[in-house]
Ligand binder design. Structure first.
Ligand SMILES: Nc1ncnc2c1ncn2[C@@H]1O[C@H](COP(=O)(O)OP(=O)(O)OP(=O)(O)O)[C@@H](O)[C@H]1O
Length: 248
């Protein structure tokens, strides 16, 4: 297992959450707004707001992350662990050229590489050739999210977490970003934790899915099982309210 979460609790807001993600596996986390999806992700990254406390266990390749010193966590973030958030502009530095931002995680975590060439080839791989010297404001929302993805993939993470990565984007570019995420993790055999409220996206991206309600996981299974034969009442309601149901 790349990621093992056991009995995770977060200040009463998340309770007894357990799941694992194997190398190269794609797992979706769904549930309504406020159910605790983002807090679960942030606790894995060691980025919970200071007023919240996590208990239980979160292991990456056997190494305990909960309660690990900040120095150790900052060595993992942008390296073994990376995250793509909903809003690309807030994840980017507006005053820094795109190429330098893509090169940064490599400069911080890896030495002895031609970081500029590596950043240029990463930008190529997300469909943004020739943008090394651009600033974020010169790019569209979809292009910015491609930059964010290039940064997240720069050091070949063991685990990539995506929290609603396409929600802020035009429908036409959403599919392209999803494809790039899938290509990126396939090439690297990264594990993926994919948070979304969009069941159609889960169906196209994830092999397994976890359903969260009021801070707990109420259902888990293969995407096919959960989306075609949901057991929990809440999952049934989610499905009934989705386009997926309408299109069946
Ligand atoms: N810093 C905080 N202090 C207290 N409560 C918080 C804090 N951050 C989040 N919460 C609460 O924790 C609960 C879970 O929040 P979380 O952001 O994880 O939900 P979510 O499932 O990701 O929702 P969304 O889809 O809207 O992002 C919510 O009720 C939220 O109000």
């Amino acid at each position: 297992m790349t990621l093992e979460v056991h009995g995770l609790g977060i200040s009463g807001l998340v309770r007894d959450v357990s799941f694992g993600i194997a190398r190269g596996e794609r797992v979706g986390l769904i549930g309504e707004s406020g159910s605790g999806k983002s807090l679960t992700a942030l606790s894995i990254m060691g980025l919970l707001p200071e007023e919240l406390a996590a208990s239980g266990s979160v292991k990456l390749d056997g190494r305990e992350l909960l309660g690990a010193p900040e120095k150790e966590l900052s060595r993992l973030r942008g390296n073994d662990l990376s995250m793509v958030f909903q809003e690309p502009m807030t994840a980017l530095n507006p005053a820094m050229r795109v190429g330098a931002q893509v090169a940064e995680p490599m400069r911080i975590h890896r030495d002895g590489r031609n970081h500029r060439a590596a950043a240029e080839s990463l930008l190529d791989s997300v469909g943004l050739p020739g943008t090394f010297r651009a600033y974020p404001h010169q790019l569209s929302g979809g292009q910015r999210q491609r930059v964010v993805l290039a940064i997240a993939l720069a050091n070949d993470p063991k685990l990539l977490i995506c929290d609603e990565p396409t929600t802020a984007l035009d429908v036409t570019v959403q599919a392209q970003i999803l494809e790039l995420i899938l290509d990126g993790i396939r090439e690297r055999e990264s594990a993926l934790l994919f948070i979304t409220h969009d069941l159609a996206v889960v169906a196209s991206v994830c092999e397994r899915v976890l359903v969260m309600l009021d801070g707990e996981i109420v259902e888990a299974g293969t995407t096919r099982e959960v989306l075609t034969a949901p057991k929990h009442e809440y999952t049934k309601k989610l499905l009934a309210a989705s386009d997926l149901e309408a299109s069946r």
